[in-house]
Write a protein that binds this ligand. Structure first.
Ligand code: TNX
Length: 528
């Protein structure tokens, strides 16, 4: 009888153990290869983090994270050759695989991460996700081995700081969460009709006037911003702040893609510098969002882009190109004269001329142009990358023309849409986009041949903040849906598993709490 109880006990323990070890591995995005074993690494303040010169910044990040969220003060040591006796080793290596590939091994006595490019950082993120969500004592990390690499190199998320302005700290927090889930491109939408948010030395009124839109609207000098809840807010980033955010993102292996909108969505710039605006033959003042295709405008844009390029190390610059009200041009003497001079047949060809001229300038500065899919109209600029937002058609067309594409189609990737039935959640204006719809999205359309599909750089979730007045609301709209973007853009297509993702997503809620992130919790929350 005694042995029977013993046996039951052992079985129960085994069962429990298995449950614990599988329950603890809820890494998002799903790693390519993952094996678990029984046992744990016990993390306490005696563990030393050993780094080499290349991995030192990442070691510091890990040290900072453990101090902030677990009150653990670990010693960081920099070596030319990290001794094998070190508890936590971050080893720079030229691992095989895609940029960002890493290997993580946790044994009872040691943690080793090696990687290529941002790989070590991603290994550290996986390690962080193996930690319990509360500062439990002792801190147990399950024994496991992971070898991992991303499927796509563009795993993006946008932030619209024009319709509502978000502070440097709020943007940094956004980057923090992106980095946890290995998202690596932050598309920073810096200029739009409602506000110009980046300091440009040569044109100080862009921020002095173009960023203080709520103030001017109140004074009755700018249009009332009634498409924005709370009427929008004032604010802009100085160059020092921009540099600070870029550095912060770099340390987290996030590249920032700046967007300067043209030729449409330019009302704030035109309000600051009326010469930029499209005029009709009477010169009458009316609400203008379109840039006039004049030499003044081209000079202005080249000056602005020169300052933007000097700030952002990213090889890509986004020039917008969406929703241009091209009919305005047909009333503009400048545009009509340009058509005659350049032999342009219609307004779409004016747009194409505009974008191509800007592309030429960017190429002369060693930069690549990204634009919304409308830039296909009237002829695509020579080497432009297309962001496909009005569904997938534009992206498919561009890939067939051997242009690079980032897939960000509205029916799956727009986080200003509600996350449930609109009766349940009347937030947002497009039809609902649930996390399941995001997760099931496949960026390499089956309509493409494998060679064409290779032009798809990846996927991106977009957010527009007309109806989003503060950071808490922003977080609510973006998370956890952005985690689904992270997994579909990183993990292998063959290993897609929505049930497993749902389980792992729910395991994140306590971490959201730990980070004080106001993520949306679906109505049915069953946290294990
Ligand atoms: C279209 S998406 C826009 C944004 C708006 C959004 C509202 C895109 C390239 N342009 O400027 O905020 O609709 O859903």
């Amino acid at each position: 009888r005694f042995s029977k109880i013993y046996l039951l006990l052992i079985i129960a323990c085994l069962g429990l153990n298995v449950k614990i070890s599988t329950a603890q591995i809820h890494v998002i995005p799903q790693p390519l290869h993952l094996t678990t074993q029984k046992g744990n690494f016990v993390l306490n303040s005696k563990a030393v983090i050993g780094v080499d010169k290349e991995s030192a910044v990442i070691g510091k990040y890990l040290q900072g994270y453990l101090a902030q969220y677990y009150k653990l003060q670990l010693t960081l040591k920099v070596y030319t050759q990290i001794p094998s006796s070190t508890a936590i080793r971050l080893i720079s290596s030229n691992l095989k695989g895609a940029d960002g590939a890493y290997a993580l091994s946790v044994t009872a006595g040691k943690i080793t991460i090696s990687g290529k490019g941002g790989g070590i950082f991603y290994g550290v993120q996986s390690l962080i996700q193996l930690l319990p969500s509360v500062a439990a004592k002792p801190l147990l990390i399950p024994v496991c081995a992971i070898s991992d690499e991303p499927r796509f190199q563009w795993r993006g998320l946008s932030i619209d700081v024009c319709r509502h302005f978000f502070t440097v700290d709020e943007v940094k927090k956004y980057i923090d969460v992106m980095a946890h889930y290995k998202l690596n491109v932050l598309h920073w939408h810096l200029t739009d009709d409602e506000g110009w948010r980046i300091q440009i030395d040569k044109y100080p009124k862009l921020t002095e006037v173009g960023s203080r839109i709520a103030y001017y609207a109140k004074e009755g000098k700018f249009r009332k911003l009634d498409n924005l809840v709370d009427g929008g807010n004032d604010g802009f980033y100085t160059k020092a702040e921009i540099r600070d955010v870029i550095k912060y993102a770099q340390d987290r292996f996030v590249t920032i893609l700046p967007e300067i909108e043209m030729p449409g969505h330019s009302e704030a710039a035109i309000f600051a510098y009326p010469e930029l605006g499209c005029k009709d033959s009477t010169g009458a003042k009316h609400r203008v969002r379109m840039l006039d295709p004049s030499e003044y405008t081209f000079k202005f844009m080249e000056d602005v882009l020169t300052e933007v390029i000097a700030l952002f190390p990213n090889q890509y610059v986004h020039i917008g190109g969406d929703e241009a009200e091209m009919a305005d041009w047909l009333k503009s003497p400048t545009a009509v004269a340009l058509m005659r001079k350049e032999g342009l047949k219609n307004e779409k060809e004016i747009q194409s001329y505009f974008i191509k001229r800007i592309e030429k300038f960017l190429i002369s500065k060693n930069k690549k142009l990204v634009g919304w899919d409308e830039i296909l109209q009237g002829g695509l600029a020579e080497s432009a990358t297309v962001m496909s937002w009005q569904g997938e058609a534009g992206g498919i067309e561009a890939a067939r023309m051997h242009h690079h594409v980032v897939m960000t189609p509205l029916p799956y990737m727009y986080f200003d849409a509600p996350q449930a039935n609109e009766q349940l959640e009347p937030i947002g204006w497009n039809p609902p986009v649930t996390w399941q719809m995001v997760y099931n999205y496949e960026p390499q359309s089956s309509q493409l041949t494998p060679a064409e599909a290779a032009y798809i750089l990846g996927a991106q979730g977009n957010i527009w903040t007309e109806k989003i007045p503060n950071a808490a609301h922003l977080q609510y709209m973006v998370f956890p849906r952005a985690l689904a973007v992270a997994e579909l853009a990183w993990s292998s297509k063959e290993d897609k598993n929505i049930d497993r993702f749902e389980y792992k997503m729910k395991q994140q809620y306590p971490y959201f709490k730990l980070w004080n992130l106001n993520a949306r919790l679906p109505d049915i929350v069953d946290i294990d």
